[in-house]
Design a protein around this ligand. Structure first.
Ligand SMILES: *Cc1c(COP(=O)(O)O)cnc(C)c1O
Length: 392
């Protein structure tokens, strides 16, 4: 039997017409509690697949039909057994780490991890007895050595990384982690499930900041974990309910609405970013361009093997140095100076002073002449003219 394609799943998985009214879009169930038909007589079974994981609805910290629709859709898009949605990407990461690790455990994290992930390991989880070692995940030999030197419970991977777009070989890391008895987690925020599906490459769990490409419109903060193992999903479900880190119904609805157009948006993000990476490569003011679609990128071959496209993020360094990098960030007309990424509108930022300021003085510090672009889906000619003007 044929399986539905990605675009079909994005629009239909978890999104059957509302059984009560026929509404073709899952309604925003903006509600905290649910009427019981006699004590313990929970309704909700008639919602079918949207209620697959539960007996019925009781309280929205535990379960909510709009959130359930989002979770079923994201589980389908990542090819996982189950998805749990969270109030932010960081809440998703925190839940997954706490569901897996105990005090005394050890984790490997990328040496160029997302700053918030680094802060979570360094400033929060280290205090509860979880140690970590930053490792270059694009170097499988370094990961093998680190696992041989000290057993790890968790190997945390991002690919492509933020802001230098380095690429880790997920299948190779899967073999190393599995041999060492460690769980392999991939933060798939930069690629999105349309460009890369880590579970199919052997990862045990995928984490998303759905704030970025999945939501896609810079109008909602959210996170998700997708897992292959239903037992791990059950632990995450328990923890989320116990802690209360679930997203509200409207946020879940906005995220699901964004997910419907993920494929067409990503195609355009990729096409625009590739043209901009080429323009920057040829520009005399630019010293280096980081984009996995460039044949000169050290991770290009691995990216070709495990990604369907190379994404919408492009970073570059300026010959004139840090002060000029700050000035360029202030000179664009269409690229908005701001943090975050993955929305339809183009953004520009200075990682060393903005998104990655917390890594100053640490091994994760980023170059001060670096500029990061989140290339949006505007007319590409306009974006290119805007950058040319800003670069002078
Ligand atoms: C933004 C981001 C996060 C954190 O997600 P929030 O939704 O902001 O909590 C985690 N990982 C990566 C790669 C990100 O870009």
């Amino acid at each position: 039997m044929r399986h539905d394609g990605f675009e079909t799943l994005a629009i239909h998985a978890g999104q059957q017409a509302d059984p009560a009214t026929g509404a073709v879009v899952p309604p925003i169930y903006q509600v905290s509690t649910y009427k019981q038909d006699g004590v313990g007589g929970l309704r909700g079974k008639e919602l079918g697949a949207a209620a697959r994981w539960i007996e019925g609805y009781e309280y929205s910290r535990t379960d909510n039909p709009t959130r359930g629709a989002l979770e079923e859709c994201l589980a389908a898009l990542e090819g996982g057994a189950r998805c749990l949605a969270f109030a932010s990407g960081m809440a998703a990461a925190d839940a997954l780490i706490r569901a897996v690790c105990r005090p005394g455990d050890h984790a490997l994290i990328p040496h160029d991890a997302y700053g918030g992930t680094f802060r979570l390991f360094d400033k929060v989880l280290a205090g509860s007895g979880l140690s970590y070692l930053p490792v270059p995940m694009s170097d499988a030999g370094a990961v093998r050595d680190a696992l041989a030197a000290r057993p790890a419970r968790l190997v945390w991977v991002e690919t492509p990384t933020n802001p230098l777009l380095s690429i880790a070989d997920i299948a190779a890391l899967h073999h190393l982690a599995a041999d060492a008895g460690a769980l392999l987690v991939v933060d798939n925020t930069f690629a999105s499930p349309y460009l890369q599906q880590p579970l199919a490459l052997g990862a045990d769990a995928v984490v998303h900041s759905t704030t970025k490409y999945i939501g896609g419109h810079s109008d909602v903060v959210g996170g998700a974990v997708v897992v292959a193992d239903p037992e791990l999903a059950e632990r995450l479900y328990f923890l989320r309910n116990a802690v209360g880190s679930a997203p509200g119904p409207f946020d879940a609805w906005l995220t699901l609405r964004g997910a419907k157009t993920l494929a067409v948006r990503m195609d355009r993000h990729c096409a625009n970013a590739a043209r901009i990476a080429d323009m920057l490569t040829a520009h005399p003011a630019v010293a280096a361009v980081y984009y996995p679609g460039l044949a000169s990128h050290p991770g290009h071959e691995v990216a070709v093997k495990q990604m369907r496209g190379f994404g919408g993020m492009v970073s570059f360094r300026l010959r004139a140095g840090a002060a000029e990098a700050l000035a360029v960030c202030g000179r664009t007309r269409l690229f908005t100076l701001g943090e975050s990424l993955g929305g339809v509108e183009s953004l520009i930022e200075h990682p060393a002073r903005m998104t990655h300021a917390s890594t100053a003085g640490s091994p994760l510090e980023v170059p001060a002449d670096l500029i990061r672009l989140s290339v949006g889906i505007e007319s590409c000619d306009d974006l290119i003219e805007d950058l040319r003007m800003a670069l002078g």
